[in-house]
Design a protein around this ligand. Structure first.
Ligand code: NDP
Length: 269
């Protein structure tokens, strides 16, 4: 098990949800934190609370779709701490609706730019520093939607499949250079995510049916576990792995099940 004491951890999307909770757990391990997101007021409150508890953290305003913001975030982290040991690529947005209702600007273009291109750009900016150090750990937040493609989240699922492909390819590139790359694949969890995904009739009616949601703290704790005991991927809860294997082995059966779901849902709306 790796000690995280004094490790420098850069977290994107640290203003709420998994990112915010992971900041607390990394801080409890003795890490120095660089916390980035757009809502700087939320980040500053988090930083003050972490400092009150004896931790070390800074807040950096960053819109992941802005290349200058990304560069500024990485340069600020390196200028202050001279290194980045762990990058938790976590910022993300979603959309739950029939694909014909997805807007080209927000639900396709912006979503892909935040979830996939932003994550890749941040990684591209951090990588030279890790290569110079000869070590580092990149932890990418994907989703079970990066392993299976259910109806109603076509754009989101496409972005997270992209994250998985990028994560696996990068791991295979940089492993010989001392850099670890992990993918996190959670199922539904209780965060502010649902408030940021754009309301839709389709979302409203399935939200109440998703009963088994993990807590944000649980997911964040597992992310910190991955930093302590690096592994290629983590699917949570574990039984989603069985669902993804079933999907891989019997795609026609899954098509049939989702056909019934979609037909029934179209009828209800
Ligand atoms: P939250 O909405 O609570 O957190 C999302 C974070 O992303 C916020 O800190 C937000 O900060 C940041 N963010 C969004 N857009 C941008 C942007 N343009 N630039 C910089 N930061 C941005 O949701 P979660 O904690 O649930 O989501 C975190 C990750 O987990 C996402 O990648 C999501 O896809 C993934 N995930 C979530 C699941 C869930 O059920 N909740 C399940 C599986 C994966 P700000 O608005 O301040 O910029």
């Amino acid at each position: 098990m790796i000690s995280l004491e004094n490790k420098v951890v850069l977290i994107t999307g640290a203003s709420s949800g998994f990112g915010e909770d992971a900041a607390w757990f990394f801080s409890a391990e003795g890490c120095k934190l660089v916390l980035a997101a757009r809502r700087i007021d939320r980040l500053q409150t988090l930083v003050s609370r972490i400092q009150d508890e004896g931790g070390e953290a800074i807040a950096i305003p960053m819109d992941i779709t802005n290349a200058d913001d990304i560069e500024n975030m990485v340069q600020s982290a390196v200028a202050l701490y001279d290194r980045i040991d762990i990058l938790f690529n976590n910022a993300g947005i979603g959309r739950v609706d029939w694909f014909e209702n997805h807007t080209p600007e927000r639900d396709i273009d912006l979503l892909i730019r935040v979830n996939l291109i932003g994550l890749m750009q941040v990684t591209r900016s951090v990588l030279p520093q890790m290569l110079e150090q000869g070590n580092g750990h990149i932890i990418n937040m994907a989703s079970v939607a990066g392993l299976i493609s259910p109806p109603l989240i076509a754009s989101y699922s496409a972005s997270k499949f992209g994250v998985r492909a990028f994560t696996d390819a990068l791991r295979r590139e940089v492993a010989p250079l001392g850099i670890k790359v992990s993918g996190i694949y959670p199922g539904p969890a209780s965060t502010e995510f649902g408030e940021h995904i754009g309301r839709s009739e389709a979302y409203g009616s399935i939200r109440s049916r998703i009963r088994m949601r993990m807590s944000s703290e649980y997911v964040a704790r597992r992310v910190v576990d991955v930093a302590k005991r690096p592994r290629r991927s983590l699917v949570i809860p574990w039984w989603f792995r069985i669902v993804t294997i079933f999907d891989m082995l019997f795609p026609v059966v899954v098509d049939w099940i989702t056909y019934i779901f979609s037909k029934f849902k179209h009828k209800l709306e």
